[in-house]
Design a protein around this ligand. Structure first.
Ligand code: AMP
Length: 216
């Protein structure tokens, strides 16, 4: 069955972790605009160079750059049977652009999963997060530590803290989410696509909630 999903929610809510799991489970591509942009920044591509400062400041990268990037990704053959969008759309203009693209191909979004947790939890998760710069695995100093401190379990690379997980940038990202992204929940609720996922629990508890709301 084709499955076109959007994962929506504030930074630090754990949607990336859930997105990786579910996409692997369902055999659909996990399209994280944050991951694609970080790869572009590392490659010093033109897109990456243009996006870097916005990302370091915790602001949204301009819509034209992101919409174009997603449009190119969605026409790849691996998206024919569906995909999981993580971190896109992030404002009403991006949501409209996505709808336009889907209408062209007579496809539609099946569900929007809205992950939520109180700010204190988000801040704790973001400030304790460590990532592997080589394979992209995520850890948390307290709740999901690697077996050897500071080293990726999967590939042995030294873990880093994302530059935008600094306290000031975390604050900016939460503000940007509230000002620009959160309103999409109303739009998708009106379209009867929105499903709430309580994301205050453990990774496994949230995964169970995801499975329940998709009736897996
Ligand atoms: P994320 O990994 O989803 O937290 O994204 C990290 C950063 O990438 C964000 O703070 C933005 O600067 C940028 N970014 C990711 N997705 C988008 C998007 N859909 N629109 C604009 N900027 C984005």
């Amino acid at each position: 069955m084709d499955l076109r999903l959007i994962f929506l929610g504030p930074p630090g809510v754990g949607k990336g972790t859930q997105a990786k799991r579910l996409a692997a489970d369902k055999g659909i591509p996990h399209i994280s605009t944050g991951d694609i942009l970080r790869t572009e920044v590392e490659a010093h591509s033109e897109l990456g160079n243009r996006a870097k400062q916005y990302m370091d400041d915790g602001k949204l990268v301009p819509d034209d750059l992101v919409v174009d990037m997603v449009a190119k990704r969605l026409v790849q053959p691996d998206c024919n049977r569906g995909y999981l969008l993580d971190g896109f759309p992030r404002n009403t203009a991006q949501a409209a652009a996505l709808e336009g693209k889907l209408a062209q191909s007579a496809n539609q979004t099946d569900k929007v999963l809205y992950f939520s947790a109180p700010d204190e939890i988000l801040i704790k998760r973001l400030s304790g997060r460590r990532v592997c710069p080589a394979c992209g695995a995520n850890y948390h100093l307290e709740t999901m530590p690697p077996k050897t401190p500071g080293v990726c379990d999967k590939c042995g690379t030294e873990l880093i803290q994302r530059p935008d997980d600094s306290p000031q940038t975390i604050k900016n990202r939460l503000e940007v989410y509230k000002a620009q992204t959160h309103q999409l929940t109303q739009q998708y609720a009106s379209a009867e696509l929105l499903v709430n996922v309580d994301s205050t629990g453990t990774v496994d508890e949230i995964a169970d909630a995801v499975a329940r709301c998709l009736e897996l």
